[in-house]
Every structure is written in structure tokens, then in C-alpha cells.
Design a protein around this ligand. Structure first.
Ligand SMILES: Nc1ncnc2c1ncn2[C@@H]1O[C@H](COP(=O)(O)OP(=O)(O)OP(=O)(O)O)[C@@H](O)[C@H]1O
Ligand SMILES: [Mg+2]
Length: 454
């Protein structure tokens, strides 16, 4: 393995080592398509050489130059206009973050991928603020490097040169009647206590809703720091919510489609960032925009959350049509659920939008349902059986209950919940005028006004 300072050439062979060849995943024949033009910037000659070697067998990537410092990199970027600059952060003459800012001035279409041995949140935040699109912590593998370059290139803003001759719009564009705006329903799964089962239920609920009515279903992991949906569905976080942040102003269905991953069930999944510190990149406003865009594409948007009542989570709850409050029959969870309802009440949030789901129901359990309802002062709307063995196997294998163990009572209970939810949402749709449904309810605004919550 290379030293900490250098990228690790794992999973791909280097020259002189058997098995080396231009067979890298995604390699294309030379000249078939435009290649990604990369400029490498690092003050250590060995790192520059290593990076060049790692990239030389990728048919779709071309290293067009290397620079030994920040100042030189600005000059080269101005002259060469690279698609991607791979930029080291710690350099003696001019640090990579300052150089990155300058490069974006002289070559605005260039995308920046920062590299550092430090993965501190501050470095990451400063890089992203400087306009970087990706952050690689050394040592990284050649696959991580190539994937990052391709992803950043793929997601670059679609700035197209204006056509020389103004084309007439295609016929179908002229004659097509305006499409009615879709109004998907967002359902947030929330628990005021961790480990209660939100992610398990979110995953299977999304699959159930997709199955039941042949509807378009999105599943979103707004549990930003430690999101589990990738693991539960056996999906790699190749692209995540973090990739949408730099493009939030130009967010559209094409961009969302590129970042969301397709699960074999048909559900499209928007994963949480791959590292906890990257959660800091996502602001409530981003969540609001993402949710609104998803509603214009999907019928149902199932949103997983974490157990905090942060601005981020309140934004999600605010933008959701229904909140499934997931609890388990234990005293700490029941106590927190009662507090959650008190907060919602203080904020004038319509309590009928909150559906109480009792998970891990064990007939031999010591706490009676009537006592739970009396304590929380809200009826339990749905019950899901306790089946530790099935839930654990599903999580460990990355095969959701509704795919691998559909006949178990736990799976049937989630199917029943999906059915109940769908009926409920259809009822709401018929009863409420459209404008009223789409208006956010302003939980965040109210939380600061409320005398009880500070
Ligand atoms: N009905 C159930 N019966 C038994 N075990 C369950 C059930 N639902 C979930 N579990 C188990 O409970 C644990 C927590 O589940 P899960 O990760 O879905 O909860 P969570 O609320 O999303 O947790 P976190 O706070 O970590 O996000 C897991 O081990 C899961 O397998
Ligand atoms: Mg979870």
C-alpha cells in the first residue's frame, strides 16, 4: 500500500504488473466520444506521477497536464480549460482552496475535485464553498478516483453553446398540450427515539406502495449523517443527496434521475451522503427544493429521517403530507412520543396528519396498548409484529422483508400499513382543494414564534 500521502492503486493494476490493460470499467474506445480532460495539481512529484498512471488506462479520461503548485495550476487552467482539476489542498506556494477559487474565475466550466489527507469537516466545507464538487480523502483507491471524476463530469451543469441558427421547436413541442402538474404525496417516517424501526419500515413501505398500485415511488434518506437505506437495499452510495447540493438551483428531473439509484423492486432511491461530515453540506432549503421536485415526478415519496427535531427534520416534516410516527412498546420511546405530540400541538401542526405506528408488537409484551394510547393521547393506527430474526436477516443481507420474507407476519403487517396509508391519502386528496395540500405549513417559522419551544 502506498504511504498516506499517495493514492492507493488498488483494484486496478499498474504498468508492469500482470493483468494491466485498458479494460477499466467504463473504458471506451479512443475518440469514440469526448474524453474527460483532467489537470492534476499536487506539489509532490510522486503523487502526480501516481495519479497519472492510475488514469492512463481509462479510455474516457485524458490527463492534459500536471502542475506542481497552486499558482502554476491557475495559469495552466486558463490556457487549457480542463474539464476537471484534481487539486491537492496543502501546497506550499498557494493552497488548493485559494487556487480552486481562482481557477473557477479563469475557467468557469471547470469542475474541481479536491484531495487531502485531512477529511475534517472544515476542509470539506471550505472546499465546497470555494466551488469544489467532490472531496477525496487520501489514500483513495483508483476506483474511487475514477468514479469521482466520472460523476463530477456527468453532473456538471449543462451549459450548452447557443446554436448558431435558431432552430424551430420540434412539432410535438408546439402541439403538446401543457401537462398537468403532478402532486405526489410525501410520507415521512419519524421516531423521537433511535433504533425503533423507521428505516426498516420506510424501505418496505416504499416497495409495498410501488407494488400495490403500479405507482412511481421514491425513497429518500434524509437521515443525513448515518443513513442506512443504502445498506438495507444493498446499494452503493455512488451518488447521493450531497451531489445535488451544488446544482440545487438547476435541479430538474434529469439531474434527480442521474443521482437516484434504481432498486430491483422499481423504487428509486436518493441516498444519504457517504460520510457523516458531509451532512453539513445539506441545508433545510436544499431539502425543501428536493422534496418539491420529487413531488412533481413521483406518486409517493417515502422519506426516512433521524430522531432529532432539528431545522432539517422539521423542514422535512413540514413538507410531508403524512408523518408516520414510529414507536415501540418501551417507556423511553413512549415518553418521547408524548413530547413529540406536545411540540406538534404547540406548533399548531394538524395532528390528524400524524399516523401512530406501533412497531415490534409482541403479544407477550408488558405494556398494554391502551396504556400507550392513554399516555400519548393519540390512537395507535397500525401495528407491526415483532420479528427480530427476520428484520435482522433482511438488514444483514440487504434484502428487504417484502422481497425475501414476504409471508412472515411482519411483512404482511407492513403491506397492511401501505394499504391503509394509500386509502388515507386518497381520501385526503378528494377532501382538500389542491392549493391547500401543496402549501408548506411553516413549522420552522412557528417554532421560533412559539413561546413554549426555544
Ligand atoms: N418489527 C420489528 N421486529 C423486530 N426487530 C425490528 C423490527 N423493525 C426493526 N427491527 C430492528 O430494529 C433495529 C432498528 O431498526 P431500524 O434501523 O429500521 O430503526 P431506525 O429507527 O431507522 O434506527 P436509527 O435510529 O438507527 O435510524 C434493527 O436491528 C432492525 O432489524
Ligand atoms: Mg434509520
Amino acid at each position: 500500500m502506498a504511504s498516506l500521502q499517495h493514492p492507493v492503486p488498488s483494484q486496478r493494476d499498474l504498468p508492469g504488473i500482470p493483468g494491466t490493460g485498458a479494460k477499466g470499467q467504463g473504458s471506451r474506445g479512443m475518440g469514440e466520444e469526448k474524453r474527460i480532460r483532467v489537470l492534476i495539481v499536487d506539489d509532490i512529484p510522486e503523487t502526480r506521477e501516481n495519479l497519472q498512471k492510475l488514469l492512463q488506462f481509462e479510455g474516457d479520461i485524458e490527463v492534459i497536464g500536471t502542475a506542481a503548485g497552486g499558482a502554476e495550476s491557475i495559469e495552466m487552467a486558463k490556457e487549457l480549460g480542463p474539464d476537471i482539476v484534481l487539486m491537492d489542498i496543502n501546497m506550499p506556494d498557494l493552497d488548493g482552496i485559494t487556487a480552486a477559487e481562482a481557477i473557477l474565475q479563469v475557467s468557469p466550466h471547470t469542475q474541481l475535485v479536491m484531495m487531502s489527507v485531512q477529511s475534517e469537516a472544515d476542509y470539506l466545507r471550505r472546499s465546497m464553498l470555494a466551488g469544489a464538487r467532490e472531496f477525496l480523502t487520501k489514500p483513495f483507491t483508483s476506483d474511487e478516483l475514477v468514479t469521482a471524476i466520472r460523476r463530477v463530469y456527468r453532473l456538471q451543469p449543462r451549459i450548452e453553446a447557443p446554436p448558431l441558427i435558431q432552430r424551430a421547436p420540434p412539432l410535438e413541442e408546439v402541439s403538446r398540450p401543457p401537462q398537468p402538474e403532478k402532486r405526489g404525496k410525501a410520507i415521512a417516517l419519524y421516531s423521537p427515539k433511535g433504533g425503533v424501526g423507521c428505516s426498516t419500515i420506510a424501505t418496505n413501505l416504499a416497495i409495498a406502495l410501488g407494488e400495490e398500485g403500479k405507482k412511481k415511488v421514491a425513497l429518500v434518506d434524509f437521515s443525513l449523517q448515518f443513513g442506512d437505506l443504502g445498506v438495507l437495499l444493498n446499494l452503493q452510495p455512488q451518488s447521493t443527496i450531497a451531489d445535488l447540493v451544488p446544482h440545487i438551483e438547476e435541479l430538474d428531473d434529469i439531474l434527480l434521475d442521474e443521482v437516484m439509484q434504481a432498486h430491483s423492486s422499481g423504487v428509486k432511491v436518493l441516498l444519504a451522503p457517504p460520510r457523516p461530515e458531509m451532512a453539513d453540506l445539506v441545508a433545510p432549503e436544499h431539502m425543501r427544493k428536493i422534496l418539491a421536485q420529487l413531488k412533481s415526478i413521483y406518486d409517493y415519496i417515502i422519506v426516512d429521517t433521524d430522531s432529532s427535531l432539528s431545522d432539517l427534520i422539521l423542514t422535512v416534516l413540514d413538507g410531508s403530507d403524512k408523518i408516520l410516527l414510529v414507536i415501540a412498546p418501551d417507556i423511553p420511546t413512549i415518553k418521547n412520543a408524548r413530547l413529540f405530540f406536545e411540540v406538534m400541538e404547540a406548533l399548531d401542526h394538524p395532528l390528524e396528519d400524524v399516523i401512530l405506528v406501533l412497531n415490534k408488537v409482541d403479544r407477550r409484551g408488558s405494556i398494554q396498548e391502551e396504556n400507550i394510547e392513554a399516555s400519548i393521547k393519540h390512537p395507535i393506527a397500525s401495528r407491526i409484529s415483532n420479528d427480530r430474526e427476520a428484520a435482522l436477516a433482511a438488514a444483514n443481507q440487504g434484502i428487504p422483508l417484502l422481497i425475501g420474507q414476504k409471508n412472515r407476519p411482519i411483512s404482511q403487517d407492513i403491506l397492511a400499513l401501505a394499504h391503509q396509508l394509500r386509502e388515507e391519502l386518497e381520501k385526503v386528496e378528494k377532501a382538500i382543494p389542491e392549493e391547500a395540500v401543496s402549501e408548506p405549513r411553516g413549522l420552522i417559522r412557528r417554532i421560533f414564534r412559539s413561546p413554549g419551544i426555544r
